[in-house]
Design a protein around this ligand. Sequence first.
Ligand SMILES: *[C@@H]1O[C@H](CO)[C@@H](O)[C@H](O)[C@H]1NC(C)=O
Ligand SMILES: *[C@@H]1O[C@H](CO)[C@@H](O)[C@H](O)[C@H]1NC(C)=O
Ligand SMILES: *[C@@H]1O[C@H](CO)[C@@H](O)[C@H](O)[C@H]1NC(C)=O
Length: 494
Amino acid sequence: MAITYLLVFCLAATACSCQENKFPPWFLFGAASASYQIEGGWNAHDKGESTWDRLVHTNPAAIEDGSNGDVACDSYHLWMRDIEMAEELGLTLYRFSISWPRLLPTGYPNIISEDGKNYYNNLIDGLLEKGIEPLVTMYHFDLPQSLQDLGGWANPLIIDWYVDYARVVFSLYADRVKLWLTLNEPFGICDAGYNLQHAPYLNNTDFGRFMCNKNVMLAHAKTWRVYDEEYKPLYHGKVSLSTLFIWYEPATPEDQELTDLVIEHWEGRYVHPIFSKEGGWPPAIEKFLLEDGKKKGYPNPLLPPFTDEEKELVRGTYDFYGLNHYSSRLVRKAKPGEVFSWPYYGSPELGVVFENHPDWKQAALNWFALYPEGLLHQLRWLKKTYGVEEILITENGYMDSYKGTDDWERLGYIRDNLEQVQLALQEGINVTGYTHWTLMDNFEWTSGYTVNFGLYAVDFSDPNRTRTPRESAKYYSQVTRAHALLPLPPRDEA
Ligand SMILES: *[C@@H]1O[C@H](CO)[C@@H](O)[C@H](O)[C@H]1NC(C)=O
Ligand SMILES: *[C@@H]1O[C@H](CO)[C@@H](O)[C@H](O)[C@H]1NC(C)=O
Ligand SMILES: *[C@@H]1O[C@H](CO)[C@@H](O)[C@H](O)[C@H]1NC(C)=O
C-alpha cells in the first residue's frame, strides 16, 4: 500500500506543469521549537532554575494535566535525533531557542556554563553540517528565576541584564548563526505572564504587563543595536523578534473601529514602537489606556510613556519581520453583562468579544479557527501598515489532541497556509521563509501534554522519547524537496 501511495503521488507531482506552484529558490523551509518545551535536563549540570521550572514545581495545578517539562522531549540528550529529523524533513532552517539559565546559571554573565555553552555549540554545528541554517531565539519564555525574584520583566534593570546575556550569546555563536530573534512573542511574556496564563504566573494586568511591555521593547532595541554596531559588520547577520498576530476581522462594519483598537492592544503595543515610521505606542490604545487608568483612579499612565530618546532608540530596530500566525477571530461589541476573558475570548477593558465566524472550522480548542485566508490578510496588512520589506514566518501550525500519526487535518493546514504564502509572493509581498510550529509534540505550556502541534509524534511514556513522523511530516518533506506546493496526497484507505 505504501508503494502504491508513493507511485501515485510521484506521478501526480510530476504530471502537472508546476511552475506556478514553485517557491522561489531562496525561500527557506523550517520548523521551530523552544528550549523549555523540548529540552528537559531541567537541572542538568549547573543549569539555573527558570521561571517555568519554578511554576511547574510549585503550582502543578496551573498545568492542565499537572505535568512539567523536567524531561519533555529530552532533547538535552536527543539533540542528534532532532537534527536527523530536520534532515528527514528536508529543512533549510531550524528555529530553536537558547535557555538563558542553562547558559548563565546565575542569570548574569559572571558564570558561563561550560555544559550549556557546549550544548548549543553542538546543536549549531550539527545543523550547519547538514546545510541547515540555525534561526536562534534568544528568549522563549524561560527567564532565570533569580531575575524574576528581583522583579523580572517589570524591573527596568532587566533591559541591561538582557543585553548582558545577549552579548554572551553573540560572542559565543554569532560567527555561525546569521538569523536571530531576540524575543519570542512578547505578548506571551507580558500580557499572558501577568494574567495567570504563563510563567511567572502573576495577576497584575493593570501594571505588570505594561511595565513589562515597555521593558521588552527597550531590551530588544538595545540588543539589536549591539548586534548592528559590533557584529553585523563582521558577520552580516539579521536580528528581529517574533510577534504573535491573530488576524482580527470586524463582525459587522460598525465593529471596524473597535477591531482597529483590538489590533493595537493585542499586537500594536509590541510592534508599533519598532516597525512604525513614527515609533512610540500606537496612538489610539495609548489614549484609551490613559483614560482607563484615570477612570480606575491611578494618577500615572498605566502604559509607561516613552521619552523621545527612547522612542528613537526603539524605532527601526529590525532587519526583517518575524511573524507567528495561527488563527483568526471576529470582533464584536460585548453585550451588557456578557462574561468573557482576555486574551482569547475578548477584552473586558475594551468591551469586546472575540468569536469564530460560522464558516470557519474549529480545531481542538475553540479559539483556534481554521481560516487560511487570514494569513494572506495579515501579510498584506503588515506590508501596508509598516512597509516591511522582508517577512519571515517564524511560526504557523495546527493544534489538536490527536496522538496518532494520521494527522490529515495538520497536513491540510500546511498546504492551505503555504498556498496563501504563494498568493502573497505573487502579489510582491517578500515572504522569505516558512517555519512550521513545531518539529515534534512537546510541553505546550499550561496545556501540558494535552494538545500538540508536532510534525513528529513523541511517545512521552517511553524513556527514549521515540519520535515518529506523521503524515504531515511526510507531506512537508516532499514539499521542501520539490520546493513547490504539492497537491494533497490521496489518503491511504487500508
Ligand atoms: C486578580 O487580581 C484582580 C485585581 O486585584 C482580582 O480582582 C482577581 O480576583 C484576581 N484573580 C485571581 C484569580 O486571583
Ligand atoms: C526580499 O528580501 C530579501 C532578503 O532580505 C532581499 O534580498 C530581497 O531583495 C527582497 N526582495 C524584494 C523584492 O524586496
Ligand atoms: C531505548 O534505547 C536504548 C538504546 O538505544 C535501547 O537499548 C532500548 O531498547 C530502548 N528502549 C525502548 C523502550 O525502546
